[in-house]
Design a binder for this molecule. Structure first.
Ligand code: PLP
Ligand code: TYF
Length: 395
C-alpha cells in the first residue's frame, strides 16, 4: 500500500535549520526559525526556568496524569498573565484555561472545538500569516479564508484589513495575532484594535486571538491590549497562548487554550467540550512545561527574575531593530528598511524579495525565510556590519 505514498517537502522554516548547519561559511548568519538568541547567538535556558526546575526535581512526588485541562495551578497562573490581574472577565468567572501542547496544540484544540461545536463557520486569517495556521484549520475540517494585511509597499494595510473584515459573513471566526505578528512584525495600534472590536461586534464575529509572543513587543501588559479589549467587551473570545518564547521552553510544549464565554454557566459548558477535544487528541497534556510556568508565576521571587530576563530579551531585540537601520545608513538604505525599527517582536518583513533572499544565502551565508522574513534576534552587534554590506550588495 505504501508504494502509492508521495514524498512531500518538509517545513520550509524548519528546513532552514538543516541548511544553515551544513553551510561552511564562517561568517554565516541564521535569521530563520523563530527562536530567541542572545548576543552570543545562543538560546540558553532562562535562569528562572532553571531555578524552577531544580525545585520541581526536589519536590515532585508523582508522575500521574494531570487531567485533560492540565495542571490547575498552571491555568490559575496563565489566566491573569493573559487577561490581567483583577480582570473583570476573571472576576465574572467567564474564562476557562486548558493547558495544551504548545500554542500549536491550543490552536488545534480551538480548530477542533469550532469544527465540532460550531459547524459551518469558516476561519479568516491574515495574508500573510504563520504558515502552520494554513495547515491546522483545514486539518480540523475548517474552510480557511484570508484578509489582507500588508500592502505592496510593505506597510500594514489596515484599511484593506478593516474593509475585508466588514465583508466577512456574520458569525465566522477571525484569527488575529495579539502582538508581534508572525511573519510581518506589523502590529495594530490601540486605536486600530478599537476599530477591529467595532467590526467584530457589528458582524457578530468570533475572534480567535493567537498570542504566541507575550512580552516580546512592548511589555507583558502592553502586548495583551488587544486580547484584553476583546475579552472585556465581547461575550465570546478564544485565545491561544504560548509559553514557548517568553519562557524559552520551546521543546517542553507549553501552551494554553483560553475560552471566554458570556457567563460562568456557558463557560463550564464550553469547557466540558474542550476536555473532550483534548482527550480525543492526546488525552492529557505534557506536564513539565506547565509545572515550570506555575512554579515561576506562583513565586514572587522567581516571577521577578523571569520578568527581568524577558525585559532583557525584548530590549535587546528592539535595540537591534534600531541598530540594523543605523547600519544601513552608510549605504543610503536606512529609509528603505526603516520599517524594521517600527515593527515589533521576533520577526520583520524586511521587504527583501525571494531572489534577494536566495542571493544572501548563496553569496553570503545569510539564511531567512524566502518571504523576506528575518528573525531579528539573529542580528548581533558583530554581524550587523556584515549584514548591512550584504544587503547593500543585493540591492
Ligand atoms: N502562533 C504563532 C504565530 C507562532 O509564531 C508560533 C510559534 O511557533 C505558535 C503559534 C506556536 O508556538 P508553540 O506551539 O511552539 O508554542
Ligand atoms: O515561525 C517560526 O519561525 C516559529 C517557529 O513548523 C516554528 O513560529 C516554525 C515552523 C514550525 C514550527 C515552529
Amino acid at each position: 500500500m505504501f508504494e502509492q505514498i508521495e514524498r512531500v517537502p518538509g517545513d520550509a522554516i524548519l528546513g532552514l535549520i538543516e541548511a544553515f548547519k551544513k553551510d561552511t561559511n564562517p561568517q554565516k548568519v541564521d535569521l530563520g526559525v523563530g527562536v530567541y538568541r542572545d548576543a552570543q547567538g545562543n538560546t540558553p535556558v532562562m535562569r528562572a526556568v532553571k531555578d524552577a526546575e531544580a525545585l520541581l526535581l526536589k519536590n515532585e512526588s508523582t508522575k500521574t496524569y494531570i487531567g485533560s485541562h492540565g495542571d490547575p495551578r498552571y491555568g490559575q497562573a496563565v489566566l491573569p498573565l493573559v487577561l490581567g490581574e483583577g480582570s473583570p472577565v476573571l472576576e465574572a468567572g467567564r474564562a476557562s484555561a486548558t493547558q495544551s501542547p504548545g500554542g500549536t496544540g491550543a490552536l488545534r484544540l480551538a480548530a477542533d472545538f469550532i469544527a465540532t461545536q460550531l459547524p459551518g463557520k469558516d476561519i479568516w486569517v491574515s495574508d500573510p500569516t504563520w504558515p502552520n495556521h494554513l495547515g491546522i484549520f483545514p486539518a480540523a475540517g475548517l474552510t480557511l479564508k484570508k484578509y489582507p494585511y500588508v500592502d505592496a509597499e510593505n506597510r500594514l494595510d489596515f484599511d484593506g484589513m478593516l474593509a475585508a473584515l466588514k465583508e466577512i459573513p456574520e458569525g465566522d471566526v477571525v484569527l488575529l495575532h495579539a502582538c508581534c505578528h508572525n511573519p510581518t512584525g506589523f502590529d495594530l495600534s490601540r486605536e486600530q484594535w478599537g476599530q477591529v472590536l467595532e467590526v467584530v461586534k457589528q458582524r457578530n464575529l468570533l475572534p480567535l486571538v493567537d498570542f504566541a509572543y507575550q512580552g516580546f513587543g512592548e511589555g507583558l501588559d502592553e502586548d495583551a491590549y488587544g486580547p484584553r479589549l476583546l475579552a472585556e467587551n465581547l461575550d465570546e473570545v478564544i485565545i491561544t497562548s504560548s509559553c514557548s518564547k517568553n519562557f524559552g521552553i520551546y521543546c517542553e510544549r507549553t501552551g494554553c487554550l483560553i475560552m471566554v464565554a458570556k457567563d460562568n454557566e456557558q463557560m463550564e459548558n464550553v469547557r466540558s467540550q474542550v476536555a473532550i477535544v483534548a482527550r480525543e487528541n492526546y488525552s492529557n497534556p505534557p506536564a513539565h512545561g506547565g509545572a515550570i510556568v506555575a512554579e515561576i508565576l506562583h513565586s514572587a521571587e522567581l516571577a521577578a527574575i523571569w520578568r527581568e530576563e524577558l525585559t532583557e530579551m525584548r530590549d535587546r531585540i528592539n535595540t537591534l531593530r534600531r541598530d540594523f537601520v543605523e547600519a544601513l545608513k552608510p549605504y543610503g538604505l536606512d529609509q528603505k528598511y526603516a520599517c524594521v525599527a517600527e515593527q515589533r517582536g521576533m520577526f520583520s518583513y524586511t521587504g527583501l524579495t525571494p531572489e534577494q533572499v536566495d542571493r544572501l544565502r548563496d553569496e553570503f551565508g545569510i539564511y531567512m525565510v524566502r518571504s523576506g522574513r528575518a528573525n531579528v534576534a539573529g542580528f548581533s552587534q558583530e554581524n550587523l556590519p556584515y549584514l548591512a554590506k550584504a544587503i547593500a550588495a543585493v540591492n
